[in-house]
Each structure stands twice: as C-alpha cells, then as structure tokens.
Design a protein around this ligand. Sequence first.
Ligand SMILES: Nc1ncnc2c1ncn2[C@@H]1O[C@H](COP(=O)(O)OP(=O)(O)OP(=O)(O)O)[C@@H](O)[C@H]1O
Ligand SMILES: [Mg+2]
Length: 134
Amino acid sequence: MNKEYILNDVEQMRAWAADFARTLTAPCVVALHGDLGMGKSEIARAVIKTLRGADTVVPSPTFTIVQSYDGISHFDLYRVEDVSELTEVGLEYAMENDITLIEWPEIAQSILPCSTIHVFISNYGDGRKIVVKK
Ligand SMILES: Nc1ncnc2c1ncn2[C@@H]1O[C@H](COP(=O)(O)OP(=O)(O)OP(=O)(O)O)[C@@H](O)[C@H]1O
Ligand SMILES: [Mg+2]
C-alpha cells in the first residue's frame, strides 16, 4: 500500500519523520530513495533523535558507511562500489536485528528483505513529496 505526504519545509519533514519513527520496531529496514540533498539524512536524523533522544548526535555516515545507535543502524551506501562490501560493513547483520535506515540503497537491492519499507523523496515546489511503499 502506498502513502503520499507533502512536506513544505524541513520542520514539517522532521515532524513527519518523528511520527514515522514511532511506527518502526526492530528488525525492520527503511530504504531512503532520493537525489542528492533531497532529505534522506534529515529523515534518518529525525528518526534516530525520536527513538534515541533529542540530544543524540547523528553525523553523516557518508565516509564511515554506517553509524550505530544501540539497535538502530544508519547506512549511506553512496561510496560502496560492490555488493561484496555490504557484508564487511555489517548490512545483513543489521537488517536481521536492528532498525536499519539506508541512504542510497540501490546497490543493496538484491539483498533487501521483501518487508523493506521504501521511502521515495522528490521535489514538490519548494518542499518535498514523500511516497512510502510497504
Ligand atoms: N520538506 C523540505 N522542504 C524543503 N527543504 C527541505 C525539506 N526537507 C529537507 N530539506 C532541506 O534539504 C536538505 C536535505 O539535506 P540532506 O543532507 O538530508 O539530504 P540527503 O538526501 O541526505 O543528501 P545526500 O544525498 O547528500 O546524502 C537540507 O538542507 C534540508 O534543510
Ligand atoms: Mg545524506
């Protein structure tokens, strides 16, 4: 079932992500799709702060590939070039155990569980449209 949301600014995006976060229980996988700067990290940060505390520091995993927060794993697969690297960074283990948030999930497509929640972010005027596919 698809659900669509129009979010006019980053505050609305954070509020949406906080509500979305409260629907997630481990293990589950959230694939965040969207071009550069669309708001994938913004959503991941809001999910993590909602579930692990507003004071939680959420650095971008672009260089480290994964950041972990006691049962939440935040991946950014932008720099991963081969599927074989995904095991090294612990993606399968995380997907089986954690709430796993994945930016640039395309390279992992073949190993994502069919229960993956896909979130598509695109421009909509000055804001964003979110489509959630379960
Ligand atoms: N609903 C919205 N409307 C307008 N701007 C938004 C909205 N949500 C987020 N933004 C802005 O879009 C930018 C999103 O940056 P973010 O780093 O989250 O993108 P990203 O998809 O993770 O990019 P990257 O591909 O580089 O990882 C931020 O500057 C944020 O303020
Ligand atoms: Mg990002």
